[in-house]
Design a protein around this ligand. Structure first.
Ligand code: COA
Length: 166
């Protein structure tokens, strides 16, 4: 991961993920029913892998959001993203994703992919707002409950077009 870099937007701060954040990040994902759960152990094991990028957001020192991605050559994937329920719709998810995309772009990534449950309309609106466009659908991709995944893609040429405000 790159150098420590903090971004402040209003009441929250986006910062580099640290190993000691794994339990809090896992808890944020567990509480956000729409996102895939990752155990603390799974996060700790994933982070040293090549291309892993993770960021936390926090308010007054309390972790409130988490995003996880991975890049391989010039392509990358957003693997997970969640913001605590009481902190949503305040720009935190956007700030996490913008910073992740910025880091991907800095590393030469030209295409970013993600999968989202077909029923997760809030996240779909969010990703579309962030410049992602649907490029596919995988039937029966998810379990518990079984559901299709929509595949979304974003070209990095549009990175600079991420809206600064809603
Ligand atoms: C998706 C998620 C991370 C968005 O985080 P957030 O901090 O609430 O998002 P932001 O406040 O940055 O939203 C930016 C814009 O995205 C759109 N948006 C965000 N959430 C939305 C929702 N539930 N419904 C419709 N549009 C939404 C809006 O245009 C919003 O701007 P606005 O609030 O000014 O209208 C959050 O809803 C979440 O944690 N959801 C549960 C986990 C999840 O679904 N993760 C994705 C798994 S693939």
């Amino acid at each position: 991961m790159g150098a420590e870099q903090n971004h402040k937007e209003g009441a929250f701060e986006v910062r580099e993920f640290r190993a000691e954040d794994a339990a809090a990040a896992s808890e944020i994902l567990r509480e956000a029913r729409e996102s895939a759960s990752w155990s603390c152990q799974a996060l700790v094991e994933f982070m040293p892998l090549p291309g892993a990028v993770a960021l936390m957001s926090e308010r007054a020192g309390r972790p409130t959001g988490f995003v996880l991605g991975r890049l391989v050559a010039d392509e990358a994937e957003v693997l997970n993203l969640a913001v605590c329920e009481e902190c949503r719709r305040q720009g935190e998810g956007r700030a996490l994703l913008v910073e992740l995309l910025r880091r991907f772009a800095e590393s030469g990534v030209s295409r970013v992919f993600l999968e989202v449950r077909e029923s997760n309309l809030g996240a779909i609106d969010f990703y579309e707002r962030m410049g992602f466009r649907q490029s596919g659908r995988r039937a029966d991709y998810y379990r518990e409950p079984q559901e299709a995944a929509l595949v979304y893609e974003r070209t990095q040429e549009s990175t600079s077009l991420v809206p600064k405000t809603s």
